[in-house]
Design a protein around this ligand. Structure first.
Ligand SMILES: [Zn+2]
Length: 404
C-alpha cells in the first residue's frame, strides 16, 4: 500500500500540471482561433466583393496585411507558450515513471518456484481453479474454451449451479428479488439447517420496496406483511415489529419517520452477499474464489519473499526454497479473514504446535506445548511439575491435550 500511495502522490502532481496547462492555455488558444476566424470571414467577404465587382485580382489592404501579421505573431507566441508548458510536464512524468519502476517492477524470477506448478496433476488443478473463478464471474464460454485448449476434462454439470447463481445475482442487481426468493424456497430446508436469514431478508427487501414505491397501497402492504408470520427468531421478530411500525407513518412519509434508517440501508448489497455465501455453502464452496484468495495472499507474500531473498543474497546464504517446495519458507502475516485454522504457539518454546507437539492444558488452566511439558518433567527433581505461569503443581500425566 505504501508503494501505491507513493505512486499516487506523483500521479496527482502530473494530473495537477495537466489541469493547470489546460486551464491556462485554452483561453489563449480560443483567443487566437477567434482572431483567425474573424480574419477568415473578412478575407472571404473581401474576395466575394472583388468577384462581384469584377475588379480583377484581389489585393490585401495595408490594414489587412497588418492584422494578418499580428494574428500570425499571436498564434506563434501562443503555440510556443503551450509547448513550453508541455515541456514543463515532462520532468513530472519521468519522475512518475521512475517511482513506478522503483516500487513495482521487480525481478520476480528470483523467488519463482516453477516446480510447485509442474506435473499434469498440478496443471489441471490450476486450470480448474481458473475455471471455477470464471464460472463465478459468469464467464462460462471463456471457461469452456480454456478447458478445451488446456485439454482438461470438466463435467458440464459443474457449471450449472454457477449458471443459476449468476442469473440470480444478476436479477438482484436489477432489483428483482423473485428469482432469489424462488431459489431460497427451493433450498429452504438446507438454508434452515444453516440458520440462514436469506429468505427473511428477501421478503423484508420486497416489503420495503413496496413501501417505497406505493406507500398509498396499504392493503397490498398488509397482505405482504403476512409473509413474515413464518419467521419467528427473536432477532427477526424485533425487526418485523419495526417493519410494522413503518405502516403507521405511511401518510407522514417514511423518510421523516423514526424508521427512516430501515429504508435507507444498503440492503440490496447485503442480500447479494448473503445469497452468494449461502449458495456457495450449499455447493460446498468457499464464498471467495480460491484464485482471488491466492492473488490477495500472493500480493502480501511476494514483497516479504523478495526482501528475504535480497537479505539472503547479501548474507551469501543458499536458496530461498528449501527442500520442501510445497510450503512457504517463512511465515507470512496475512489478514485475519485469511486465517483458516486456529493456531497455538507455545509460550515457552515459541514454536507453533504440530500433531506431534500438540498444546497441553495444565490443571491450573495454563496451556503449554507437549514438548515444553516433557522438558519441565525432566528438569524437575520431584514427580510433580510446576506451572511456568502460576504456583500450581501437578503430575505431568494429568495434563490434557487440546484440540484446536
Ligand atoms: Zn498455571
Amino acid at each position: 500500500m505504501d508503494a501505491c500511495s507513493g505512486v499516487d502522490i506523483e500521479l496527482d502532481k502530473v494530473q495537477a500540471k495537466f489541469t493547470a496547462i489546460r486551464q491556462s492555455s485554452i483561453p489563449g488558444i480560443d483567443e487566437v482561433l477567434q482572431v483567425l476566424e474573424a480574419m477568415k470571414s473578412d478575407l472571404q467577404r473581401n474576395a466575394a466583393l472583388v468577384e462581384s465587382e469584377e475588379m480583377g485580382t484581389a489585393t490585401l489592404s495595408s490594414e489587412q496585411k497588418l492584422s494578418l501579421k499580428l494574428a500570425a505573431t499571436k498564434a506563434k507566441d501562443t503555440a510556443s507558450k503551450v509547448s513550453q508548458q508541455h515541456r514543463d510536464v515532462h520532468p513530472a512524468i519521468s519522475r512518475l515513471g521512475k517511482v513506478i519502476d522503483r516500487v513495482f517492477t521487480q525481478d520476480f524470477n528470483v523467488i519463482n518456484c516453477p516446480e510447485s506448478l509442474e506435473g499434469p496433476d498440478k496443471t489441471s488443478k490450476v486450470v480448474e481453479a481458473i475455471m471455477e473463478h470464471l464460472y463465478r464471474q459468469g464467464l462460462l464460454e471463456v471457461a469452456h474454451r480454456l478447458a478445451e485448449e488446456a485439454h482438461v476434462q470438466v463435467k458440464a454439470e459443474k457449471s450449472l449451479p454457477f449458471l443459476e447463481m449468476n442469473s440470480v445475482l444478476q436479477s438482484l442487481a436489477d432489483k428483482n428479488v423473485q428469482p432469489a426468493l424462488q431459489w431460497a424456497e427451493k433450498h429452504r430446508k438446507q438454508l434452515e439447517e444453516r440458520h440462514s436469514h436469506l429468505e427473511y431478508k428477501l421478503h423484508k427487501l420486497q416489503f420495503l420496496e413496496l413501501l417505497k414505491q406505493c406507500p398509498e397501497n396499504t392493503r397490498a402492504l398488509l397482505e405482504y406483511s403476512r409473509k413474515f408470520q413464518n419467521f419467528r427468531s427473536t432477532e427477526q421478530i424485533k425487526d418485523i415489529q419495526k417493519l410494522m411500525g413503518c405502516l403507521l407513518f405511511l401518510n407522514y412519509g417514511i423518510d421523516r419517520s423514526p424508521y427512516r434508517d430501515l429504508v435507507n440501508q444498503d440492503l440490496w448489497m447485503d442480500v447479494g452477499e448473503t445469497f452468494t455465501k449461502d449458495a456457495c455453502a450449499l455447493m460446498g464452496l468457499s464464498m471467495e474464489s480460491p484464485l482471488t484468495v491466492c492473488l490477495k495472499i500472493g500480493c502480501k507474500a511476494i514483497p516479504v519473499l523478495l526482501n528475504l531473498k535480497t537479505m539472503m543474497v547479501q548474507q551469501h546464504v543458499g536458496e530461498i526454497w528449501t527442500s520442501s517446495k510445497t510450503e512457504l519458507p517463512i511465515e507470512i502475516d496475512v489478514s485475519p479473514e485469511h486465517l483458516y485454522h486456529s493456531r497455538f504457539t507455545c509460550p515457552i518454546l515459541r514454536q507453533q504446535s504440530t500433531e506431534k507437539n500438540p498444546p497441553m492444558r495444565l490443571n491450573c488452566g495454563h496451556v503449554i506445548s507437549k514438548e515444553a511439558l516433557a522438558r519441565l518433567a525432566i528438569s524437575t527433581k520431584s514427580s510433580k511439575v510446576k506451572c511456568p505461569y502460576c504456583p500450581s503443581e501437578q503430575i505431568p500425566s494429568d495434563a490434557k491435550r487440546l484440540f484446536l
